[in-house]
Each structure stands twice: as C-alpha cells, then as structure tokens.
Design a binder for this molecule. Structure first.
Ligand code: FAD
Length: 467
C-alpha cells in the first residue's frame, strides 16, 4: 500500500492521495446504510491524472470506485473488494458556457446547484434538479442518470447529455457525442455511459444541453383526506392535458416527519398532499393551469387547494420537499429508500400496494416522490442492528419491487441499482437483457476493475441488504 500511495502521489501530488484512517472513513459511505472504508483515496485534478491512475490500476489489477459527492441512494460509490476510491470532487471547473451552441462544458465534480446558478446568470437553464442538488455533482448525476422534481416536464439528466469524455478502465480516453443538436453517428455511447454507475469508466468531462430559462413559476398545494384520491388526481390532471413542471407526493407519515424536524406548516391531519409546480413565460397561462389543476383536484376529493402567494411561500414549500430525506433519517436509525417507477396507469395501485405491504410487515413506510413521473420513494424505516426487523424489511422491499414490475414498472426511476437492488435485476430485466449487459461490461472492462460488486446480481442470491 505504501508503494501504491507513492506511485499515486507521483500522479496526483501529495494533496491528492489520502491514507489516514480518519480521511478514508469519509469516503466509505453514501446516502444508504452501507459502508466500507477504502484502503486509499486518490483525488485527481486533470484528465491526464485520471488516465494515469487507470493505467496504474490496470497494471496492478487494482479496483477503482469512482466517486463524486457520495450522496447516492443505491450504494454505488461504496468501495468493495479492496477498491480504491477515485474522487472527482477536485475536478470542479465549469469550462465553458456557450450561449450560441447553448451548452455548458463541465468537469465531473461541479456541484449541480453551482452549474444551475452559473447558467441562470446568463439567462439559460439546466433543468435536472435532484433534491440533493447542493450535495451532488454532475459526474454522479450522469453516472446515475439522476432525475428530480422537474423531470415531469423537462426529463432527466440523460436528456441533457450531449457529449462525454470518459476514461476507460485501461486508461484509454474516449470522447463521444458532440455539440450539435443532432448526432446519430454510430452507437449512442453517451447513453451507455449515462447511468452506468461507474462500472464502465470514469466520466471526466461532460457537454450539457441548455435551454431558455422560464421567467415565471407558480406553486400550489392540494390537501387530501385519502392517499388514493391524491394518486387519482395525478392521473386525472395529466389526462386532462395539463403538463405541470412537477407533481410531488408527500404522504401522512412523511408530513409528520417534516413537521417534527423542519416545520413548514404542512397539514398534519391530511393523509397526503400534492405539491404542483408550473413554469413558463406567461403568468396568465400559469394561473390558468393552476386553476385547471385545482378544479381537477377538487373533483377528485381535494379538501383544499392553496396557491403560494409569492416566491417566499413557494420556496418554503419546495424547501419542505427537500427536507424529507433528512427528516426521515431522524425518526429511525436507518431507512431503505426505494425508487420504483410505474406507468401512470399504475400510480393509484402502486400507492395502495405500498400501504398494504407496510401493514403486512408491520413497518413504517413513508411514501413520497415524483408521483407525476410514477416515480415513488417508499422509504422503509428500520434499524439495521435488528436482524428480525431487517428480515421483514427485505421481504417488504421484494414485494414492493414485484408490485412495481407487475404494474409494468421498474426497480429504479433515478437512484440506480448499485448494491441495493442488484439482486432484483433479473426480476426486472429478464435473463437475456441481463446477459447482454454483462457482455457489455466484460467487453469494456475485461479485468473487472471498475466499481466491482455493483449492478450485477451475485450468484446464489446473496442477501441484498448486507455487505
Ligand atoms: C437528500 C437526498 C435527495 C436526493 N434526491 C434525489 C432526486 O431527487 N433525484 C435523484 O435522481 N437522486 C436523488 N438523490 C440521490 C443522489 O443525490 C443522486 O444519485 C446523485 O446523482 C448522486 O451524485 P453524487 O455526486 O453524490 O454521486 P456519488 O454518490 O458520488 O456517485 C454515484 C454513482 O456514480 C458513480 N460516479 C460518480 N462520479 C463518477 C464519474 N465521474 N464517472 C463515473 N462514475 C461516477 C459512482 O461510482 C456511483 O456509482 C438524493 C440523495 C439525497 C441524499
């Protein structure tokens, strides 16, 4: 290890290699309850340094786990099998914002919120907005194909990736995609690396599509006595041809957790609330959309629909939405955050199934998420030190996945597979598609050095929730 550290210091400089136990611990976990302290962390600052690190790793048969900000919710950046961590946080420059081509060229360590602020200063807009936008970076967003509340209208990170520079496992640097609006030359490799969760290479640069910044936004809160009415309102609003920027669900238990930890004035007696956001350039059109949303929501049982009167009130409501994860974390020692997505037709049934599963296994499962996308985050609250409870958690998680797939949905809408869901991959994909993914992994990474232990199920179906 001392020799390895010296070789890496020769590449990344003294400040670019961490070996002290107290430093290493900080790079061993993400937003899940998994952790594994790496033997060493390397923090390159340039593409050339990443290339040299990969070459060294290939020569030494050393596993690499890429890491951006470590906010992932599927265990992707937790280093397994003696893997070193390659952290991209120091590669955090915005290299260009081009107002003619309407692109931003960025290094992978740029914080998502910083990029948004920088492009908005130029009247442009980068829509992907994971709730972790201040704690996550573009490299992690691309590697997870992160979504966010605005996904309903604007899509996810992958919809904005025009080009990538990627260092392959053996140190080869490839560039794929370009700045043109259209580009269909050859296989779509940028789509392959987007959402690959660091298993195929390290993303070292991205060219991202920008759009014109909408000049106005409005927010409304609809309050329901019954979760099923809230869910039915979502499909009804969308069926009515209204396309809000966001429709977010916050259920009863989630409201209670928020109000106990970051009070936002949400109604504690409601079974569920829906947070609607609309944006555009014409205030009268937005007001008309909110009026239509209110009408449909009331027709479907909303007891109250209120509009945020000003930006401060709107910010308070969206801050409450972003406070969910930290608020849930205070209720029990751990949480298993799921991320299933179903087609719109399945939204009502999926919400009901989550409640049934919670009752069946006697577990608290607050339900929230980007319900307009059919993307729900049932979070199973638990204590990982309690084996009996964890057995119930595992059974409940399996039933949630099975229900989503049976409704035509999927294991993950935006958080990725990582460690958390790898044992369920075949359930979702089927054996043939999974085999093709394994073949791609082997072709790109024949030595298996990139982010080992992620995405692909272990033979024999090892316990999905233990390392
Ligand atoms: C409070 C909270 C709210 C969240 N809200 C959302 C949300 O609304 N929507 C959403 O989609 N996600 C959300 N997340 C999950 C998480 O923030 C996203 O997955 C985010 O994209 C991860 O970015 P990161 O920089 O933290 O990546 P990390 O956690 O560091 O890494 C994530 C994955 O990407 C890989 N990776 C990182 N950098 C690179 C690179 N340069 N090259 C190749 N692979 C790389 C890692 O190996 C790992 O597999 C939330 C998380 C938290 C804690």
């Amino acid at each position: 290890m001392a020799e390895l550290a010296a070789a890496l210091r020769a590449i990344a400089g003294d400040g670019g290699v961490l070996t002290a136990p107290e430093d290493l611990i900080a790079y061993g976990f993400d937003g899940t309850f998994f952790d594994r302290t790496p033997p060493l962390v390397v923090l390159p600052q340039t593409i050339d340094e990443v290339v040299a690190i990969h070459r060294l790793a290939t020569r030494e048969r050393l596993a690499i786990t890429p890491r951006a900000m470590g906010s992932g919710l599927s265990g992707g950046s937790v280093p397994l099998d003696g893997s070193i961590v390659l952290g991209v946080a120091r590669m955090n420059r915005i290299l260009a914002i081009d107002t003619v081509d309407r692109v931003a060229v960025v290094e992978p360590g740029v914080i998502t919120a910083d990029l948004q602020a920088a492009v908005e200063r130029q009247g442009l807009f980068y829509p992907p907005d994971p709730s972790s936008l201040r704690q996550s970076a573009i490299g992690g967003n691309i590697a997870e194909n992160a979504g966010g509340a605005r996904g309903l209208k604007y899509g996810v990170t992958g919809d904005y990736v025009l080009a990538l520079a990627v260092v392959l496992p053996d140190g080869t640097l490839i560039r794929t995609g370009g700045r043109s609006v259209k580009n269909v030359t050859g296989y779509n490799l940028r789509a392959l690396f987007t959402g690959a969760e660091g298993t195929l290479g390290t993303i070292v640069e991205a060219t991202l599509r920008l759009i014109t910044r909408p000049t106005a936004a409005r927010t409304a809160l609809a309050v329901f006595e019954r979760l099923e009415d809230a869910a039915a309102s979502v499909t009804a609003v969308l069926e009515a041809g209204i396309l809000p920027t966001s429709i977010e669900l916050i259920d009863r238990l989630t409201i209670r957790c928020i109000e106990e930890n970051a009070p936002a004035g949400l109604p504690r007696d409601a079974d569920a609330v829906l947070l609607f956001g609309v944006d555009g350039d014409h205030v009268e059109i937005l007001d008309g959309e909110l009026a239509a949303i209110e009408r449909v929501a009331r027709e479907h049982g909303a007891r109250d629909v209120t509009r945020a009167h000003d930006a401060a009130e709107s910010d308070r409501l969206w801050a409450a939405r972003r406070a969910i994860s930290p608020s849930l974390a205070r209720r029990r020692p751990n949480k298993l955050g799921e991320d299933i997505a179903v087609p719109r037709r399945g939204i009502v049934a999926m919400c009901a199934r989550v409640r049934e599963i919670a009752a069946k296994y006697d577990l608290e499962i607050p339900l929230f998420g980007h319900i307009g996308d059919g993307n729900l985050h049932p979070n199973i609250l638990c204590d990982k030190r309690d084996p009996a409870e964890m057995a119930r958690v595992a059974a409940a998680a399996r039933e949630i996945f099975e229900a989503a797939v049976a409704l035509g949905g999927t294991l993950s809408g935006e958080h990725g597979i990582g460690l958390l869901k790898k044992q369920f991959m075949e359930l979702d994909l089927g054996p043939e598609t999974l085999a093709l993914m394994r073949a791609i992994k082997t072709a790109v990474d024949p030595l298996g050095i990139m982010n080992p232990g992620k995405i692909f199920p272990e033979p024999g179906g090892a316990d999905a929730f233990r390392l």
